[in-house]
Design a protein around this ligand. Structure first.
Ligand SMILES: Nc1ncnc2c1ncn2[C@@H]1O[C@H](COP(=O)(O)OP(=O)(O)OP(=O)(O)O)[C@@H](O)[C@H]1O
Ligand SMILES: Nc1ncnc2c1ncn2[C@@H]1O[C@H](COP(=O)(O)OP(=O)(O)OP(=O)(O)O)[C@@H](O)[C@H]1O
Ligand SMILES: [Mg+2]
Ligand SMILES: [Mg+2]
Lengths: 252, 252
């Protein structure tokens, strides 16, 4: 049974794409079969893997114009359902479909032997983000330890609760992942401890933090994961650490 | 004649809100009358100024339920048209209005004596972002010096070109502002020089860069601009520097 995980946060620039790419690569290094899905019309994940975006893409898949097999491409040993800047035009059509939030779930009922399926969401609670929550067993919220991100958390949790009630009773919060973390700053620690006191979230903070590492910004320019680009740096260490924590938690 | 400026980038987390807040505060310190407009339903700018979001907001304004005067609030000496998490419900109504992209322009025809009006856009080319381009004299694109942001620039320029052709012949690109800049990194310099060779953009890079400064992340937690929170730090220095460059360019 694949672990299908939505990487979600409607706040922009919170490390969703960086997490899907490098967590995916870390799980692959641990010999898990991994599928990545780019749900963002800005296609950052697709570009990070230097995938050409002129073939079938996630929009075709959701509208039934191709099968999963038709649109999967491969880079760095990772399978990916790419996105495409046309996705923004497809979104209108998708929004008019009955059961428009259940299209991805339907498509993923036939996944062959993937251990992990990671879905990269756009910075909004759009139909595509909801599709990922309806299809997922669990969701991860990457965020920077800062006040504005903390304020935004409740909305994400409420949205997930509605999806769970109405469309996907299995949906669980896998956890909150702190990214771009700067150790030894009082402020970051204060935000973390605020969240640790939150009634719903207190046991939901991953122990692994992803620290600031400029190599995480640079690697996509070369179409590489952090493990090819800077295998001895903090980013590689932290994402492998996080992959270990996740696999232990899920018992694979 | 007010300088009406859209701060726009559909990529998330590129410092739009941080720029609107601190450029606004810098211009205020230079004794310019400044109005900020929060066009993002995630209301980060509104929260950064510790504005209560339970009164009239930008959604009411755009749908004609209140006047500009009714919804302006004040914090830190800055006037702001706040946003509200309800804005996401208003967006459906707004999308059904004839001339839905021209609502803000109409409202801003009666602005009293503001030198600068800065508009904070959400991370998408949504109707609200287009409203800001239709209402603006110029737009600023804040971005991190990284590859993915560079790839996204063309789409922003194309969108602005269509707005200019069809709805706002005055619209100009004021410039590209590099934020979260880390001096002395080869990679950042390489991205900057790539953009400097871009046919449209080469003369459009602001000379001022906003360097990494953790105080810019912390200040909003206290409802403060960088000039109250950390007046001697890099963030304050760089945003004041940028305000000077902008006012010289505009002749105020
Ligand atoms: N741990 C880190 N250290 C340093 N930079 C990071 C780290 N994680 C992410 N970044 C950088 O922060 C920026 C935003 O990250 P990313 O694109 O992964 O966020 P996102 O949530 O996917 O953004 P969007 O909302 O636009 O989809 C990128 O420039 C990325 O390289
Ligand atoms: N110069 C800087 N140095 C360090 N951190 C910064 C700097 N500028 C912005 N940040 C931080 O980067 C994050 C994103 O910035 P901000 O919220 O201003 O971006 P945004 O483009 O408005 O995001 P969104 O797309 O979600 O609206 C915030 O945590 C902010 O505090
Ligand atoms: Mg992303
Ligand atoms: Mg913002």
């Amino acid at each position: 049974m694949a672990k299908i995980i939505s990487i979600i946060n409607n706040k922009g620039g919170t490390g969703k794409t960086t997490t899907v790419l490098n967590l995916g690569a870390a799980l692959k290094k641990k010999n898990k079969k991994v599928l990545l899905i780019d749900l963002d019309s800005q296609s950052n994940l697709t570009h990070s893997l230097h995938i050409q975006d002129n073939k079938y893409h996630v929009g075709d898949l959701l509208l039934g114009k191709c099968t999963l097999k038709d649109c999967i491409q491969n880079s760095e040993g990772l399978d990916i359902v790419p996105s495409n800047s046309n996705l923004i035009d497809y979104e209108n059509q998708i929004n008019n479909e009955p059961g428009r939030e259940c299209l991805l779930k339907q498509v993923l009922e036939n996944t062959n032997g993937y251990y992990y399926i990671l879905m990269d969401c756009p910075p909004s609670m759009s139909t595509l983000s909801i599709n990922s929550l309806v299809a997922a067993n669990s969701y991860i919220v990457p965020m920077q330890a800062e006040n504005i991100a903390f304020i935004g958390l409740d909305r994400i949790l409420q949205t997930a609760e509605k999806v769970k009630l109405r469309m996907n009773t299995h949906l669980e919060l896998a956890g909150i992942l702190f990214v771009k973390y700067q150790p030894r700053t009082k402020f970051g620690q204060a935000v973390v401890s605020n969240i640790a006191q939150h009634s719903i979230l207190k046991n939901k903070l991953f122990n692994s933090y992803i620290r600031q590492d400029i190599a995480l910004i640079e690697a996509p320019a070369f179409g590489q994961s952090i493990f090819e680009y800077s295998p001895k740096g903090r980013g590689a260490f932290d994402y492998m650490n996080f992959a270990k924590e996740l696999t232990l938690k899920h018992g694979y």
